[in-house]
Design a protein around this ligand. Structure first.
Ligand code: NDP
Length: 463
């Protein structure tokens, strides 16, 4: 029998890679994990965690304004970017350590360095040959940079989290998760923000009511949202290198054929992400990839090479941390857990997700549009209102809540929200959808008063 250095060698120490490695080791496998930078991947270092911390920071602006209506008189509020960055970096460093400790406690050996696949069972880590019975690719994704004259003067989310200062004026381009989240953060912290989107509905893959509602709220908060607009070129003052926030950038933009100029200290591209496969040796190993670079896998996350698996953003199915975690657990169980070997699958239905824009957006299940296509007749319950808090705060922020129900079976197919803490609220309702709850069961559920959430069990008349 062939002997290998390890049973599993994981490439990539992000959410999916760490979870798969840890569980594989718990099931008795000898596991190593190769990572060339900090443990925790995009989520911990350049995504979910720093973004959420900065989103908290950006919420204080509205909170201070809301406080006056409740009798609070506050002095002049001042924001210090350097303090936020230092505190955020300290927390990320702590989390890097937690990931390292978790792997150590699970007896997963961490190999520090770049990994390149040689063949079906061999990986070079910093030039050292290592063999494994199975190889798992969990290398995640990278932000995509558009290419046009002067685009080198723009930054991506990777650089955003390490800017030296808060830009006085920022242009964010894109209409997806990252664009609306980072535009909201910059706006809340005090930048003058222009959001440029080539389409005409933000979050266009979500239910069609959400994007326009969010856009209206973002405009109320002071963001200049421009649809059907593209950046044609950027010209920077100064030495012309990408400097984040120091020099003024002059943007030539085109909105439905009409050109005009916008000036900003920072231009941020939030124009999608692509699979991180550079120098992985996929071609040499014969691993099939799609045109966009993402790795092709089957239902059990196996690539076209029987001993090599891939999970997470690098397979470009659903680019969310909890999905990568679930995929990692499936691979670990299928390969190494005696009781479940080869049996576990993963359903991509009813994956809840939140966008930490201001206000938040969260959703689970089908959009109205997809539900109509799949089920024919659907009933829509919708509520749009000003939250109780804002009757005193004076804020004009509004909340949207929506249910999509199958007219035949009465099953709730989709649940969507734009409003405060939408993610916290929708997580709970996701369990109900997972259990195939009906509208009648929603109606039979007693509300908690006064909350926003009670609206989801109180909507009685279909629109
Ligand atoms: P998205 O795919 O969500 O959005 C990309 C946006 O960029 C789209 O609006 C797209 O326009 C636009 N775009 C693409 N190419 C260009 C171009 N050349 N010029 C101008 N605009 C362009 O990507 P994100 O980068 O925002 O996020 C990537 C993924 O990461 C998300 O889909 C999500 O899965 C995950 N994520 C999750 C978060 C969360 O859970 N809260 C937070 C952040 C990211 P169009 O609509 O016309 O295609």
């Amino acid at each position: 029998m062939t002997t290998y250095d390890y049973d599993l060698l994981t490439i990539g120490g992000g959410s999916g890679g760490v979870r798969a490695s840890r569980f594989a080791a718990q099931y008795g496998a000898r596991v190593a994990l190769a990572e060339k930078s900090a443990l925790g991947g995009t989520c911990v270092n350049l995504g979910c965690i720093p973004k959420k911390l900065m989103s908290y920071a950006a919420h204080f602006d509205a909170d201070f304004a809301d406080a006056a209506g409740f009798g609070w008189q506050l002095g002049e509020a001042k924001f210090d970017w350097a303090t936020l960055m230092a505190n955020k970096d300290r927390e990320i460093k702590r989390l890097n350590g937690v990931y390292g400790k978790t792997l150590e406690q699970a007896s997963v050996e961490v190999l520090d360095g770049h990994a390149q696949i040689e063949d079906a069972h061999t990986v070079l880590v910093n030039g050292r040959r290592i063999t494994a019975r199975f190889i798992l690719i969990a290398t995640g994704g990278r932000p995509t940079r558009p290419v046009f004259p002067g685009s080198e003067h723009g930054i991506t989310s990777d650089e955003f989290f390490h800017l030296d200062a808060l830009p006085a004026r920022a242009v964010v381009t894109g209409g997806g998760y990252i664009a609306v989240e980072l535009a909201s953060i910059l706006n809340g912290l005090g930048s003058k923000v222009t959001l440029i989107y080539r389409g005409n509905r933000l979050l266009r893959t979500m239910d069609h009511d959400l994007g326009p509602f969010l856009a209206a709220e973002m405009v109320k908060k002071g963001i200049d949202v421009r649809f059907d607009t593209v950046i044609e070129s950027i010209h920077a003052d100064g030495d012309g290198v990408d400097d984040g926030v120091d020099n003024v950038k002059h943007l030539q933009v085109n909105q439905l054929g009409r050109g005009h100029e916008i000036d900003a200290e920072c231009v941020l591209f939030a124009t999608g992400r692509h699979a991180n496969i550079a120098s992985l040796g996929l071609e040499k190993a014969g691993i099939a990839v799609r045109e966009n670079g993402s790795i092709v896998v089957d239902d059990q996350f196996k690539t076209c090479i029987a001993s090599i698996y891939a999970i997470g953003d690098v397979i470009d199915r659903v680019a969310l941390t909890p999905v990568a975690l679930a995929e990692g657990m499936v691979v670990a169980a299928n390969l190494f857990q005696q009781a479940e070997r080869g049996q576990r699958g993963l359903s991509y239905e009813n994956i809840p997700t939140a966008v930490f824009s201001h206000p938040n957006v969260a959703t689970v299940g089908l959009t109205e549009q997809d539900a109509r296509k799949k089920y024919g007749t659907v009933k829509i319950f919708k509520s749009e209102f000003r939250a109780l808090k804002h009757t005193l705060s004076g804020s004009t922020e509004r909340t949207l809540m929506k249910l999509v129900v199958d007219a035949d079976s009465d099953r709730v197919l989709g649940l969507h929200m734009v409003g405060p803490d939408a993610g916290e609220l929708v997580q709970g309702f996701a369990v109900a959808l997972q259990c195939q709850a009906t509208k009648a069961q929603f109606d039979a559920t007693i509300g908690i008063h006064p909350t926003l959430a009670e609206e989801f069990v109180s909507m009685r008349t279909a629109v």
